[in-house]
Design a protein around this ligand. Structure first.
Ligand SMILES: [Zn+2]
Length: 477
């Protein structure tokens, strides 16, 4: 039987505030365990939460950038459960009155336009963090708990079950991250846990509208893991259903090492959590003009920029996509494009060699001076240097911020076009490669390219290739 995979995601993002959601403890990553805690985030008797205004602001900005509708009134609730990482034995979250409803992300999957709808967006606090003594939760004798994370503001984004494969889930997350990085609401570092994702996945016969029994997949720690885990789980469910079995509603833990989703426990329903209104916090009432002010402050979003880059600079979709993916790379391109008018050439260098060098040297595009890039490309266009030399100069710009013109003068890297300088080199190459000269005389063209290469190598890539070819022809004949 043909099955259709149905996936919905629950994404948790840490909002980029300096203090926690209900107290003034620091949110800095990587501190000594249990040094950023106070009576409020440890849930000690008599402590009272105070809502962080900045967290609300960032949550609204994120929700607006996802086209979600901000609710004028939302409320906080207690989600009750006991777990060692939750000192209060309840988590302050939003239940039936979330911050925002609806919203969507538009994206392309293999050229097909897809609109993935959002169910809701709400604010909640992060629990603490458990560190297991063994490799995983299964083979640990004991676990330690760090409450530094307890109370960090989180945004939970719930999608509708609109995703159809592991790959599509991954593409969605990539686009989501791109949008949220542009909006400045979260740094979205999956490896530091500031972006986390759980998935609900079920299968149904192709063409059917009813949803099948779903499982929840947790512990996916990278976008790649999301794709692999969901494809794995879809395959597992398909095998069971094809054999006439039925799916048990449960939570699975993705094991990166074994590349398997391991059933962990029966999946709880929302009634298990005994939600009730948080008595220590007032409803969150937002005024229209406040929301409008934040909406007006939103930066251009990636989808808008992608289109503008194509329209304004005539870039093709692939170039525009790469330059948009990283906001500061796009900024570098646009600043340089203010003075350097061969936009496509500029785009090719920025998304190609420059991006490669930035990644390899762990540098940010904002560290590159656009003026140096313009200088370099102008020298190349005017024939002052050759391409291989330009690549070396670009590496020097990225690593040391060196001015390419000065380096060319200092080290004599300019193009060699003088006949007096080139002729002795060409003569020497001809003398050393008599066999190649003979093959050329017999009409083999490959040997000619070989000799050009030899001359280029002998001049460290600096010879003017056209002059070299002309001289070679002359001297061979
Ligand atoms: Zn605290």
């Amino acid at each position: 039987m043909e099955f259709e995979t149905v996936i919905g995601l629950e994404i948790h993002l840490e909002l980029q505030t300096r203090s926690k959601l209900f107290c003034s403890c620091s949110t800095a990553f990587g501190r000594e365990p249990n040094t950023s805690c106070c009576p409020v985030c440890l849930g000690l008797p008599g402590s009272l939460p105070v809502l962080n205004r900045k967290a609300v602001e960032l949550a609204i900005i994120a929700a607006l950038s996802l086209q979600s509708e901000i609710q004028k009134e939302s409320r906080f609730d207690r989600k009750n459960y006991y777990y060692p990482d939750l000192p209060k034995a309840y988590q302050i979250s939003q239940y039936d009155r979330p911050l925002a409803l609806g919203g969507f992300i538009e994206m392309k999957n293999e050229g097909v336009k897809r609109k993935i709808n959002l169910e809701r967006i709400h604010i909640e606090e992060d629990p603490g963090k458990l560190m297991h003594s063994g490799e995983s939760i299964f083979d640990s004798d004991y676990s330690l708990v760090d409450y530094n994370r307890a109370g960090i503001p989180l945004l939970e984004i719930v999608t509708k079950p609109d995703l159809r494969s592991g790959r599509e889930a991954r593409l969605f997350l990539e686009e989501l991250r791109c949008i949220l990085l542009y909006s400045g609401s979260s740094d979205c570092r999956m490896e530091q846990g500031s972006l986390r994702c759980d998935a609900n996945i079920s299968l149904r016969p192709a063409g059917s509208k009813t949803l099948g029994t779903r499982t929840e997949v947790k512990n996916m720690n990278s976008f790649r893991a999301v794709e692999m885990a969901l494809d794995y789980e879809a395959g597992r469910q398909a095998a069971i259903l094809s054999a006439g079995g039925s799916i048990i509603q449960q939570t699975c833990h993705w094991d990166e090492g074994d590349r398997k989703a391991i059933p962990l426990r029966g999946k709880e329903g929302s009634s298990d959590y005994r939600y009730f209104p948080e008595p220590d916090l007032l409803p969150l009432i937002l005024k229209s003009d406040y929301i409008e002010t934040l909406a007006a402050s939103l930066p251009e979003l990636p989808s808008q920029r992608r289109i503008r880059l194509m329209e304004e600079y005539g870039l093709d979709p692939a170039d525009a996509a790469i330059l948009t993916e990283n906001r500061s790379l796009g900024d570098l391109f646009e600043v340089a494009a203010g003075e350097y008018k061969d936009y496509r050439n500029l785009a090719r260098w920025v998304r190609g060699d420059l991006l490669y060098l930035l990644k390899g040297n762990d540098r940010n595009p904002s560290e590159v001076a656009p003026s140096l890039l313009i200088e370099l490309l102008t020298m190349l266009d005017e024939g002052e240097i050759n391409r291989p030399v330009a690549k070396d100069l670009l590496a020097n710009i990225v690593k040391n911020g060196t001015n390419p013109r000065e380096l060319v003068q200092q080290k004599g890297l300019g193009r060699i076009a003088d006949r007096e300088k080139l002729q002795p080199v060409v003569e020497k190459v001809l003398a050393e490669n008599k066999d190649a000269v003979d093959s050329i005389k017999q009409g083999r063209k490959k040997a000619f390219a070989f000799l050009v290469g030899k001359v280029m190598a002998a001049t460290a890539g600096r010879a003017d290739p056209e002059k070299v070819q002309k001289l070679l022809r002359e001297l061979i004949n």
